[in-house]
Design a protein around this ligand. Structure first.
Ligand SMILES: [Zn+2]
Length: 93
């Protein structure tokens, strides 16, 4: 697949580790979301593309921690809010 920015075919996949912050002062009260995506890096221009996993995406949509997403909340510790509810591990909750 060609780079979306420069059309180069020189792309490689790397393991990524990214903390996503909500912007502005109001973002200080929101969780910081960690994602560990596969990064598709254009070795020609540096454009990088990745997809935020579903659980982390839910945190970005709601501004609140959800089960299965790795987040840092104010005054807390980084943790995966593990679910022990079984059925809530489904793809649509
Ligand atoms: Zn490129």
């Amino acid at each position: 697949m060609a780079c979306k920015t420069c059309n180069s075919d020189k792309q490689s996949v790397f393991n990524g580790e990214t903390a996503i912050h909500f912007p502005g002062l109001t973002g200080l009260d929101k969780p910081i979301v960690w994602v560990f995506p596969k990064l598709v890096v254009c070795l020609h221009c540096g454009f990088t593309d990745f997809t935020v996993p579903e659980r982390a995406l839910q945190v970005l949509q709601t501004g609140s921690p959800v089960d299965g997403a790795v987040v840092w909340v104010e005054g807390g510790q980084p943790s995966e809010k593990a679910s022990a509810k079984g059925p809530s591990q489904g793809a649509n909750d």
